[in-house]
Design a protein around this ligand. Sequence first.
Ligand SMILES: *Cc1c(COP(=O)(O)O)cnc(C)c1O
Length: 388
Amino acid sequence: MNTYSRMDIEFSHGDGPWLYDSAGRQYLDALSGIAVCGLGHANKAVTAAISEQAGKLLHISNLFQIGVQEELAARLCRIGSMDKVFFANSGAEANEAAIKLARLYGHNKGIQKPGIVVMESAFHGRTMATLSASGNRKIQAGFEPLVSGFVRAPFGDIDAIRTIAANNNQLVALMMEPIQGEAGVLMPPEGYLTAVRQLCDERDWLLILDEVQTGNGRTGSFFNYQRAGILPDVVTTAKGLGNGVPIGACLARGAAAGVFQVGSHGSTFGGNPLACRTALTVIDEIEAGNYTQRATELGKRITGRMQQTLGSLDELVEIRGTGLMIGVELSCDCSGLVETGLTSGIVLNVAGGRTIRLLPPLILSNEEADLLADRVCETIARHLDHSP
Ligand SMILES: *Cc1c(COP(=O)(O)O)cnc(C)c1O
């Protein structure tokens, strides 16, 4: 169906941070399939794990023991200081699990219509519940009636949440992205996550962090909350976890970990041996390559280099981000910029209208990172030349 306006280009294969089109042209990938291929394309360890597991067992259903799923669950829990995991197949599905968990948590406390605080300009997915939780009208329009039970607060404003809390005794959870990706790499003010954690504690709300995009090493720690020094009650992730093999995870801690019981939730494909073996290998590779720390170094290197070249531009609003989740906000219209990037040999993305969103693989060399920054700058210069 015609759900995407696609670029007129087809890639035939990739190698690390490089993509090749059918005409043999080479591109530096600054998108990673939207924060998915953090280890780059055709990663040898990932390819080997997939083919080895495919030769043994792809799928068996959750009606049986799955050792590799338990192994992955234990690994994720150890990394994120969580207790239990539900496995799904995408970010939206992981968030659906979190939303259902929060509602059940509320009902278990005797709350009839449990509500969840969500953020303006949030993005949580395209299923009915997750698009209802999202703050972008464009993805909701035409799909009403929306799922009820979401109360919206401006992102980054702790007082606004306090006001909402004071006026609603049916609330049971707060769900947010630690950095808003789809909205254009929007960062909350310093200390916001800590303040939100404290407010959730005061109110006995579950803090649900959507780390579908920020997780898996991209923002300089495996989960972004580890940088802030707080723990959520529930965290969801997906994108980078399988390096392209679909997998989503909803992790929970403490009381939240005990909410789902046998029969509460389910998935046919979720946590299958192929996806879990792949994700375990992705985690092995991230740890062996120290890619979370590399993400921080590379992010500083790229933003520093772009700042030098773009700093004096009138059209530059801001370069922001953490690790390899970087936004370059311009004051001008960005239409056509992605195409200009392609002719400069770089795959880019624009999010939130006027922000170039960079989500390159974590495996970049210093030279590739410099080249990436230079090509972004060149693309912007050419874009401004062409613009009226
Ligand atoms: C991409 C994304 C989702 C949705 O993930 P899908 O795998 O496309 O369902 C949810 N939340 C955030 C923060 C995302 O970036």
